[in-house]
Design a protein around this ligand. Structure first.
Ligand SMILES: [Zn+2]
Length: 71
């Protein structure tokens, strides 16, 4: 069993939202401190969108996979 190691000085996690325009991941530091609704610029395309806190996922979480019916 491997144990994850976190350095004390670094934030343990970041939040990620997907850019509304180009769907690139936008990393949000201190996900616990953002407002319910917040605005971040996309580092890739520059689009500044409004996002909801509940849209944010953890950095290491995988986005929910789309179900593709294969039957
Ligand atoms: Zn973008």
């Amino acid at each position: 069993m491997s144990q994850l190691q976190f350095s004390q000085s670094q934030p343990r996690d970041r939040g990620v939202v997907d850019c509304a325009k180009c769907h690139s991941p936008i990393y949000v530091d201190k996900p616990g401190s953002v407002a319910i609704e917040f605005s971040v610029p996309c580092p890739k395309c520059g689009h500044r969108g409004m996002y909801f806190k509940r849209m944010m996922r953890g950095e290491n979480e995988q986005p929910e996979r789309r179900r593709t019916p294969r039957e």
